[in-house]
Design a protein around this ligand. Sequence first.
Ligand SMILES: [Zn+2]
Length: 49
Amino acid sequence: MAVEKLKSLFGKRDPVCGMKEAKGTGIHAYSQWFCSEDCKQKYEDEQKR
Ligand SMILES: [Zn+2]
């Protein structure tokens, strides 16, 4: 149950590699969180298809 609470607090997760949001790092874009510019780029490429 404690885990569920944490999930709601840190709900964002990198949709590309699945990494959880880490404070002070990564990129916020498209209402998503990305651990790196590389993952954001992959997400953009997938949206284009
Ligand atoms: Zn990532």
